[in-house]
Design a protein around this ligand. Structure first.
Ligand code: ATP
Length: 323
C-alpha cells in the first residue's frame, strides 16, 4: 500500500477532525501518502481528491465538524455508482481506503470492498454510539456532554416555574445518548427505542417524583423512540393532567457541534493511528474499535448489526435515582 484515500461520511461528529489528523500524520510517519476525499462517497464518484500533508491537518484537532465535509450519497448505493468510484480510485492510484462514519457508511464500505476486492478500514464516527465492537464512537462523549449542559440549563428554568419538560435528543435507532444523558443530568425518566416504556409506567414515575417531592421534572426522549417523540408524549400527559405545566424542547443539531472533548480527541487519535497500522498489516473490511482500553478489529458485518444493546439495569437506575 502506498496511497490511502480518506473520507468522512454520514452524520458528522465532533472528533472526526482528530481522526483525519491522526490518519494523515500516522500514514506520513510510515512513509504513506494520504488523499483526502471530500463529501464522503460523493467525492469518490466526483473525483474530489486532494493530497493531505501534515501541515494540512494543523490546528484542526480542537475543531468540531469535518474539514473533509460529509454527505449522504444515493449513487453509492448502486452497483454502478460504486464501480464508478472504484475506477476513479484506480485512476488516482489510490490503493486503500479509510472511511470515518456510522453503520450506513460501513455497509457501503463492506459492499465496495467485496465487489472490487479493495482494502477498506473503518473508523467509528457517530454521536449515536450504536456500533458493535467498540466501547465508544467518536463524537459520542462530546454530544453527551452537550446534552448534559443543555439539560442543566433547562432544569434551572423548569424549577423556577415548576414545569415538566420533555427533552428530545438524537438517536434514531439507539438510546445511548438519552439514557446516559438522563443518568448524568438526573432526569425522572428516559424513553428509548430499545426498551419501550408504557404510558402507565411513565405516569407512575411522574406521580412519584413530579408531584410528591420535586418542583420540576425532566424526561429525556430519544428521537427514535417508538411512540412518536417528545411532542406526542407531552400531548398525552397534558390531556390527562391539565394542571401540569408541560413543555417540550428538541435539542436538535446543537448536539453535533462544538469543540470535541478530551476523550473524543484521544479516541480519534488512537483509532486513526490504529487504522493505518491495520492497513499496513493487510487487514480488510474491518472497523477499528477500542474495547476495555485495547485496540480491536471488528468485521464490518458484525459492527453494523446494532447489537450493543442497552441493559435494563441502566434503565432501572434512572428509576431508582429519581425516586
Ligand atoms: P450516522 O449513523 O451518523 O447517520 P451513517 O454512516 O450511518 O452515519 P448514512 O447516511 O446512513 O450515515 O450513510 C452514509 C452513506 O453511506 C450514504 O449516504 C451512502 O452513500 C452510504 N450507504 C449507506 N447505506 C448503504 C448501503 N446499504 N449500500 C451502499 N451504500 C450505503
Amino acid at each position: 500500500i502506498k496511497r490511502i484515500g480518506l473520507l468522512t461520511s454520514g452524520g458528522d461528529a465532533p472528533g472526526m477532525n482528530g481522526a483525519i489528523r491522526a490518519v494523515t500524520r500516522s500514514a506520513n510517519y510510515h512513509g504513506l501518502e494520504v488523499v483526502g476525499i471530500s463529501h464522503g462517497y460523493r467525492g469518490m464518484i466526483n473525483k474530489a481528491f486532494k493530497t493531505l500533508e501534515s501541515k494540512d491537518v494543523s490546528n484542526i484537532l480542537q475543531q468540531g465538524g469535518t474539514i473533509l465535509k460529509s454527505a449522504r450519497c444515493m449513487e453509492f448505493k448502486t452497483i454502478e455508482g460504486r464501480k464508478k468510484a472504484y475506477d476513479n480510485l484506480i485512476e488516482a492510484k489510490i490503493d486503500a481506503l479509510v472511511v470515518i462514519g456510522g453503520d450506513g457508511t460501513f455497509t457501503g464500505a463492506g459492499l465496495f470492498a467485496k465487489e472490487h476486492n479493495f482494502p477498506v478500514v473503518g473508523i467509528p464516527g457517530t454521536i449515536d454510539n450504536d456500533l458493535y465492537g467498540t466501547d465508544f464512537t467518536i463524537g459520542y462523549d462530546t454530544a453527551l456532554n452537550t446534552i448534559v449542559d443543555c439539560v442543566d440549563k433547562i432544569k434551572d428554568t423548569a424549577t423556577a416555574h415548576e414545569r415538566l419538560f420533555f427533552i428530545e435528543v438524537m438517536g434514531r435507532d439507539a438510546g445511548f445518548l438519552a439514557l446516559n444523558g438522563g443518568i448524568a443530568a438526573g432526569s425522572e425518566a428516559v424513553l428509548i427505542p430499545e426498551i419501550p416504556t408504557s404510558y402507565a409506567d411513565l405516569k407512575s414515575y411522574l406521580a412519584n417524583g413530579y408531584r410528591k417531592s420535586k418542583n420540576s421534572s425532566i424526561v429525556l426522549v430519544a428521537e427514535g423512540e417508538k411512540e412518536g417523540g417528545a411532542f406526542n408524549w407531552a400531548k398525552r400527559v397534558e390531556k390527562d393532567f391539565p394542571d401540569y405545566d408541560v413543555r417540550v424542547t428538541i435539542l436538535g443539531h446543537i448536539q453535533r457541534g462544538g469543540t470535541p472533548s478530551a476523550s473524543d480527541r484521544i479516541l480519534a487519535s488512537r483509532l486513526g493511528a490504529g487504522a493505518i497500522e491495520a492497513l499496513m498489516d493487510d487487514q480488510k473490511s474491518i472497523m477499528i474499535g477500542i474495547e476495555n482500553g485495547e485496540i480491536v478489529h471488528v468485521p464490518f458485518t458484525k459492527a453494523i448489526k446494532n447489537q450493543k444493546g442497552v441493559k435494563q439495569q441502566q434503565l432501572d437506575l434512572v428509576k431508582i435515582l429519581s425516586n
